[in-house]
Design a binder for this molecule. Structure first.
Ligand code: ADP
Ligand code: MG
Length: 815
């Protein structure tokens, strides 16, 4: 307090605090450090009264020394804590007997119920952080940079990691390499210069031994360490000539609330204007005063059945955990929040959508079979299942909202096109949007081929390839105008295109079906724009990034889910090998052999890492391409594709590759998802250890699309990563869903989803949790929703409030 006083004194005038008050507070705080604990409490109490607070309104919490601990926690803190106070208040509480058998979360809930909550006198959780003593305009600005404006934001500003300094040890028991705290007296401090360094060195001791600690270029440390006083030092133990030693440990005077030492210490994300120790101190004060005012919004029965910590407790513990196990419980609770709220959002979104009506489209089985008989192949069982689910949806009178998930190459396109044909058969218009023109053209070609095959059948209204249009960015303006006219008049029944479809002048007469391919490539708004071009059209979104079912149900809870989990028959599983760079010659031989058989090959190079010179992007690919063409495959035609090329240029090269004008395509990771070149049989991935599992699987999906045996060769950059778990997983399965599961387990849901659904939701804590918790949160949310969808029950009032607050921040899925 005493040290904080001069800082505050500087900031206070700019916060409008009067000179008299500044004087009073400063006087009171001078000499504070030398007071005993009791006297400190007394002096603060007096100060508050002096400042005009009525004595009875001074919250008890002011006198608390530590963040409260739930009852029954094994660690007995050295200081008073709320649970012990509660025991004193109600010593006969019969629950005390059973506490030992209850979970820590349950105990915390019980403790909380009996807590007498003090009301905050000034401000609310939505007040600016500037009302927190010690946070002035400058620091508030630094916090704003981190997205923290209100006190509530600050409470949800979670530590990035923790340093466990909670293990105190005597000096003679120190083991090199371990991270510990020691309580020691300072014997001597001195700063001297050695070469370009200023070294501050202190000798400390605790009765069991002596040791040396030192700092480089931080001469001010010498003023902070006071000889003959006791400090807590926390850090990693080193040795020098067999003697223990610590370099630049964190330290604090022993009689303080040890925030920076002696406990599990939170480490926050900071920026240049925000110091870690300052932030920690401010957080400590904030949590202590404000955490308990957070309103619990999860209904009691959910807290019980999911065995969750109360919100206030979780916030306290996530910042200043009493133990590892309390920290884990706090993280679990906060992760639950995120998933639970998201799920409720998604469910109410779905309900809203279901409330409107949509036109019905139906095609009888006989006609359907007529069409599918014309396909050059038989639909797989999974394709049929999905097609029939779609048929049910579009004939239901409510708009379809369906996610079609299918591994790469599972044949999603044809299902979408058949759906469009059903709609158009009855005169409705369909739009299919793909992320790149090459994909749009590919779909267009598949479609016109399909139409040619079904020509002359019992088809009404007369429907031919000229009622299908392709609209991409590079479509000439004159042609675009004609397409737009035909869409507006209803003459064109199906349009396939890219973002160009979103343009304002593109209007439909009766848009009844919207299909979005590679949906993760589009933003929520873009999907909404296309939908808005019709009145409640049916919607299908397609994705090739497999997500385990339980997760998909949570994230895409507002969509119905179809999974194409079966590959077309006759496809040989791709053979995948991990090879070290020495075996590259063999790989080149394999490529030569495949080319000799009339096949083609891809060779992928990783992008230059971000942060390096961007103009160098793709340089590895460019250089290698030259070598490959000149030295390795002089008799073959090698094409090059990289990210610095324009979209059109890229498309042209891919087209030429498709037309077999090249044998080998050297590319950076820009090679587009969804590209279908069945003649390619080899996928060589250089620097494979640099790619994520999902991406590797996508690359691999570019081959093995025809009837011939295909190969995927993974060459890690560093031979030491030969054993790379991810790469091994690739060799073990071709199943994207299995790989997604592995990926999920390796990275945790937050990272896993963050990458795929970036910007989609605010999963701060959920990355630390596991898939089981996600499932649990979903089930609990569904239970509540089934019983009280509008959250009108008394018990759900707080939840409803929280959800409306959140709605502006978190968007529901798909469009
Ligand atoms: P994706 O699901 O990755 O979008 P596509 O729809 O591009 O896959 O289909 C991949 C390839 O499989 C295409 O060449 C397509 O013609 C072919 N295909 C689709 N369905 C079948 C099937 N039932 N049997 C055989 N080949 C099929
Ligand atoms: Mg596709």
């Amino acid at each position: 307090m005493e040290r904080f006083s001069p800082i505050w004194r500087k900031e206070a005038p700019s916060e409008g605090v009067s000179e008299t008050i500044i004087e009073k507070v400063s006087t009171f705080l001078s000499g504070y450090e030398s007071l005993t604990l009791e006297l400190r409490e007394k002096s603060i109490r007096e100060l508050l009264i002096e400042l005009g607070e009525p004595a009875e309104s001074i919250p008890q919490a002011v006198l608390q020394k530590r963040v409260s601990k739930p009852a029954g926690t094994q660690q007995m803190g050295a200081r008073t804590n709320r649970s012990r106070r509660n025991q004193a208040d109600a010593p006969q509480d019969p629950r005390e007997q059973t506490v030992a058998t209850l979970s820590q979360a349950t105990q915390a809930r019980h403790t909380q119920k009996s807590t007498n909550r003090s009301k905050r006198v000034n401000g609310t959780l939505d007040s600016s952080v500037q009302i927190i003593p010690g946070i002035g305009p400058q620091n508030a600005k630094a916090l704003e940079k981190q997205g923290v404006y209100a006190i509530r934001d600050f409470l949800y500003y979670y530590p990035r990691r923790y340093d466990d300094y909670s293990k105190f040890k005597p000096i003679n028991k120190l083991i090199p390499g371990e991270t510990v705290s020691i309580v020691s007296v300072v014997y001597s401090v001195e700063t001297f210069t050695r070469g370009r360094y200023q070294i501050t060195e202190a000798w400390i001791g605790d009765g069991t031994g002596k040791m040396r600690i030192s700092w480089f270029n931080q001469p001010w440390i010498a003023n902070q360490l006071k000889v003959e006083q006791t400090f807590v030092f926390s850090g990693k133990v080193d040795t020098y000539l067999g003697k223990p030693l610590m370099s630049a440990p964190d330290f604090e005077q022993a009689d303080q609330e040890n925030l920076n030492t002696g406990r599990i210490v939170p480490v926050y994300p900071v920026n240049a204007n925000l110091r870690q120790n300052y932030l920690r101190r401010m957080m400590f004060n904030t949590v202590r005063y404000w955490a308990e005012t957070l309103e619990e919004f999860i209904p009691e029965d959910v807290l019980e059945s999911a065995d969750l910590l109360p919100l206030s407790n979780a916030i306290e513990q996530v910042h200043f955990p009493d133990s590892d196990s309390m920290l884990a419980l706090a993280q679990r609770r906060l992760a639950f929040n995120e998933i639970f709220l998201m799920q409720l959002n998604v469910l109410s979104q779905k309900r809203t959508w279901k409330a409107v009506s949509a036109n019905k489209f139906r095609l009888d089985d006989e006609q359907m079979n007529h069409w599918t008989d014309q396909l050059p192949y038989q639909l797989t069982g999974a394709q049929w299942k999905t097609l029939n689910e779609i048929r049910g949806d579009i004939d239901s009178g409510q708009p379809m909202n369906r996610l079609i998930q299918g591994d790469v190459g599972s044949g999603k396109t044809v299902v979408a096109l058949l759906a469009a044909m059903i709609v158009s058969h009855a005169g409705g218009q369909s739009a299919l949007m793909a992320p790149t023109s090459i994909l749009a053209e590919q779909h267009y070609r598949t479609f016109t081929r399909l139409l040619e095959q079904t020509q002359g059948q019992d088809w009404s209204p007369s429907f031919s390839a000229d009622r299908v249009a392709l609209l991409v960015g590079s479509t000439p303006e004159a042609e675009k105008r004609i397409i737009r006219e035909k869409l507006a008049s209803g003459e064109t029944l199906i349009v396939i295109g890219t973002h160009a479809l979103l343009e304002d002048p593109v209007q439909f007469r009766n848009l009844e079906l919207v299909v979005i391919d590679e949906q993760h490539r589009f933003g929520v708004e873009q999907r909404a724009i296309l939908r808005a071009k019709g009145t409640s059209p049916h919607l299908a979104v397609m994705t090739a990034t497999p997500i385990p079912r339980s997760l998909a149900l949570t994230i895409y809870g507002d969509l119905d889910l179809s999974v194409i989990d079966e590959m077309p028959v006759g496809r040989l599983p791709i053979k995948t090998y991990v090879m070290d760079s020495l075996a590259r010659e063999r790989v080149y031989r394999l490529i030569s052999n495949e080319i000799a058989c009339g096949h083609q090959a891809f060779i992928i190079y990783p992008l230059v890492e971000s942060g390096e010179d961007e103009s160098k992007e793709g340089s590895a690919a460019v250089e290698s391409w030259e070598t490959l063409q000149k030295a390795v495959f002089p008799d073959n035609r090698v094409a090059l594709l990289h990210g610095r090329m324009k979209g059109e240029e890229k498309d042209n090269i891919l087209e030429a590759f498709r037309r077999k004008e090249y044998d080998i395509l050297v590319s950076t990771s820009v090679i587009e998802v969804g590209v279908d070149i069945p003649n390619a049989t080899v996928m060589l991935i250089e620097g494979a250890d640099r790619f994520g599992l999902a991406q590797l699987h996508q690359f691999r999906g570019r081959v093995g699309r025809g009837a011939d045996q295909a190969y995927c060769i993974l060459v890690p950059e560093k031979d030491s990563t030969f054993e790379n778990e991810r790469l091994t997983a690739m060799t073990q399965t071709n199943d994207g869903f299995k790989l997604a599961e592995i990926d999920l387990n390796q990275r945790g849901p937050g990272d896993f989803l963050g990458e795929r659904q970036s910007g989609f939701m605010d999963l701060k804590m959920a990355s630390l949790t596991d898939a089981r918790l996600i499932e649990l949160a979903r089930i609990e949310a569904e239970k509540i929703f089934a019983e009280d969808p509008e959250l009108n029950q008394e018990a759900h009032a707080a939840l409803k409030k929280r959800l409306t607050e959140n709605q502006t921040k978190t968007l529901g899925e798909a469009s």
